[in-house]
Unconditional design. Structure first.
Length: 337
């Protein structure tokens, strides 16, 4: 099932959600009755993609479930900046788990609710890529294999940002982190390492898997809502740029996320029962250098002695994504166009 496209009339405006639309078509954030799941008072960095993604995703889930939701949050940036003891910025039922067991805790919450006959209350597990792709992978795979009735959301900022910008299994190739410095003949994160959690989730053939970015918040809202139409294990992987770890300006978060999709670096799609059922097409494809150059974590690839060989390898990865997922719209202009 693909998303129904909404025509926007307020071209050039900054109105959230387009208030000329019918209420059922407007964004969750345009609704005066929105939950504000992640409220003001948190300590996220300016321009934090994770804070933005979490608020939009959970508010959409709250609307879809009639405010019947419990969130289980892994240790990480999202937990640390939102709950400095004894305060909290959450306005939903919210539990903090360890770094790697959020899927297991969420499974337990879902099982307890089922035992009490409260099947109308839905459960969301969430965490960063460190707690999801690496430390929590075993628990998450078990949740998928058992087909537990939990939506798990990974906010992917490509590293362990909370503990000092170390490499994770989701760190892109050639990106510099404190544990993959820009030194040697192949600077930054090694090619051939890491993993794609969306593809791993699809291999479990769970009911629903989707990817999204904070560059298209309507799409993120739609996929969070769509996920709640299924029972069983569901997985949503959201790209959330981190100005601190990516060394970008705080006002570039949306632009960088959009470039990730326009270059093919981050494919945006939906899958049901292990098969891709919808893809966000690229209408104007950009070369990967447009995505890489604004980020300080790739500064070693540019400058006085550009590493065109490394850039070409990253371009080849994007090209493979375009072929594998059929990302290019027939109306797409070439990268040179």
């Amino acid at each position: 099932m693909t998303q129904q496209r909404v025509r926007f009339y307020q071209i050039g405006s900054y109105a959230a959600g387009n208030r000329l639309l019918d209420p059922d078509q407007g964004s969750v954030q345009a609704d005066a009755q929105r939950t504000n799941s992640l409220n003001s008072g948190h300590r996220a960095c300016q321009g934090c993609g994770e804070a933005l993604g979490a608020r939009y995703a959970l508010d959409a889930v709250m609307r879809a479930t009639g405010n019947q939701m419990v969130a289980v949050n892994a240790t990480g940036c999202l937990e640390v900046f939102s709950t400095p003891y004894p305060e909290t910025a959450w306005q939903v039922p919210w539990l903090h788990s360890l770094f790697g067991n959020a899927p297991a805790v969420a499974t337990g919450v879902a099982a307890a609710l089922k035992a009490k006959g409260r099947t109308g209350v839905r459960v969301v597990g969430q965490g960063g890529d460190g707690g999801t792709v690496d430390i929590g992978l075993a628990c998450l795979s078990g949740m998928f294999e058992r087909n537990d009735d939990v939506l798990y959301i990974c906010y992917d900022n490509g590293g362990y940002m909370n503990t000092g910008v170390q490499r994770s299994g989701a760190t892109p190739h050639a990106a510099a982190t404190t544990t993959t410095p820009a030194v040697g003949p192949e600077p930054g994160n090694n090619f051939g390492q890491g993993k794609s959690l969306p593809l791993i989730a699809m291999a479990h053939r769970i009911p629903y898997v989707a990817t999204a970015t904070v560059a298209d918040l309507r799409d993120l809202e739609y996929k969070a809502k769509r996920a709640m139409e299924f029972r069983g294990a569901r997985y949503l992987h959201v790209l959330v740029p981190c100005p601190l770890g990516w060394r970008t300006a705080s006002n570039q978060t949306i632009q960088i996320a959009r470039l990730a999709t326009e270059t093919g670096i981050f494919p945006v799609f939906e899958a049901e029962d292990g098969e891709v059922v919808g893809v966000s097409k690229i209408r104007r494809r950009r070369p990967v250098s447009d995505y890489l150059e604004p980020q300080g974590r790739y500064a070693h690839l540019f400058g006085a002695a550009p590493r065109e060989d490394v850039i070409a390898r990253i371009q080849a990865e994007a090209d493979r994504n375009v072929r594998s997922f059929g990302l290019v719209d027939p109306r797409c202009r070439s990268m040179e166009g």
